[in-house]
Design a protein around this ligand. Structure first.
Ligand code: ZN
Length: 430
């Protein structure tokens, strides 16, 4: 099985950040990583460990000595989408609809006329008085947002499609109006609870169409959530396949950090802009007996690779791209540079990453945004700011970023896995 085909399964089973964390947890556990609780002291013994909280997961491999540096690969588990509102029942013109909030920078048009399932997590009041989190995944085509017929809006030809996020993005799921509480009842049944036991939810629709290998040469991937589950799962597969070959006696600690909430700015309890990772790294050091000065010294020697989707040059919109920095699909990992530090890459971090990739035979392309368009950003600059560690922003080139169905290349998946293995092994095991 190629990495690309494994990746399609990974993405299919991960329609929400919580499911992505569950899937990565499964992959790690199969490779002898042990889940540890954030609520207990961290282990001092040599081993492979991970913590998971909501849509965020951090895995690491430690020896029994104090860390001298961390080699960190970061990515995010969330994707722009719609989120089910609290009072979700909407009744209009004889239809039962489900009200939504918009999460992140969604290409709204791409959600029209798709068959949508429902996934996420639900807080349930357990019998013993505790609150339990249950995952919900219903991959039946439950919801749809039909586009308005062209006969009812002729202006679309001249003006293009204009969608109002408040009124035009409400999926329907049945004829006849729902009573208040109908969505709650549906959710309760889906997670095996009574309606009165449902306390809260983080639920989101997703495209039930499975990812596919497409194109004349069968070397392209069409899928939801390529941004950024491709990076997240490339990171996970790189870590589990390189783990046996690592030399832990150097004191370097390999870390995989998969965050939630990148698409809305990373400012949350589990996002990259919060204290989650820096606190965890400090606890990892402390567990081995290192003091704070030792830990800060290890951070200063650390290297962060932030992996997130990169823009391939779109053949129909070539003028939207910097003409001297075109990016091709299946032509290598993209290093993202921005003079204004929207990407954290600098000469030092790029130099280190390029050298690792050259030693591993991974081709590199360089992305630079046009000066006349505002540049996006990612967890790279945020993590660099939190840890004060040398950071490079990289990614797999893709088209249709933030569409419900994005596109990238199968060879670039291999390129990224090889590059990330090299980040942890120093290029010696590839
Ligand atoms: Zn992203």
């Amino acid at each position: 099985m190629t990495i690309a085909s494994v990746l399609l399964d990974d993405i299919t089973t991960s329609p929400s950040p919580y499911h992505a964390v569950a899937r990565v947890s499964e992959l790690l556990t199969q490779s002898d990583f042990v889940r540890v609780s954030l609520f207990n002291s961290l282990p001092a013994a040599e081993g492979r460990y991970f913590v998971a909280e909501g849509g965020t997961l951090v895995a690491w491999i430690q020896s029994d000595q104090a860390p001298t540096s961390f080699s960190l690969v970061g990515a995010h588990t969330d994707s722009p989408n719609l989120r089910v509102r609290a009072a979700a029942e909407v009744a209009s013109a004889g239809w039962a609809q489900v009200g939504m909030e918009i999460y992140g920078g969604v290409l709204l048009n791409s959600w029209l006329d798709r068959d949508l399932g429902l996934a996420g997590r639900v807080s349930v009041q357990a019998g013993d008085g505790t609150v339990e989190q249950r995952l919900l995944l219903d991959d039946r085509p439950l919801l749809r947002i039909p586009q308005l017929a062209i006969h009812l809006d002729r202006s679309i030809r001249e003006k293009g499609l204009k969608l109002d996020p408040q009124s035009h993005m409400t999926p329907l799921w049945a004829t006849g109006a729902d009573e208040p509480g109908a969505v709650n009842e549906f959710v309760a049944e889906a997670v095996g609870a009574k309606p009165s036991e449902i306390l809260s939810w983080d639920l989101m629709p997703f495209d039930v169409q499975a990812p596919a290998i497409v194109g004349r040469d069968a070397d392209l991937i069409a899928s939801a959530r390529i941004d950024n589950l491709v990076s997240a799962f490339c990171g996970a597969h790189a870590l589990v396949t390189v783990a046996d070959a690592l030399d832990l006696s150097t004191g370097d600690v390999p870390v995989l950090a998969l965050y939630d909430h990148e698409e809305i700015g990373s400012e949350s309890a589990t996002g990259a802009a919060g204290a989650f990772l820096s606190a965890l790294l400090e606890r990892i050091s402390a567990a081995t007996g290192a003091d704070r000065a030792d830990h800060l010294q290890a951070l200063a020697s650390s290297f962060v690779v932030s992996a997130d989707g990169a823009h391939a040059t779109h053949p129909n919109y070539v003028d939207k791209h910097e003409p001297n920095h075109h990016i091709e699909v299946n032509a290598g990992v993209v290093v993202k540079r921005n003079a204004n530090q929207r990407y954290a890459t600098d000469a030092a971090s790029e130099g280190r990453f390029r050298s690792l990739c050259a030693a591993s035979g991974v081709p590199i392309q360089t992305y630079i945004h046009r000066n006349d368009l505002p540049c996006g950003s990612t967890i790279g600059p945020i993590t660099a700011g939190q840890l004060a560690a040398s950071t490079v922003d990289v990614g797999v080139p893709q088209l249709a970023m933030h569409s419900i169905r994005e596109m990238c290349g199968t060879a670039d998946v291999d390129h990224l896995v090889t590059a990330l293995r090299a980040v942890w092994s120093g290029g010696t095991s590839t």
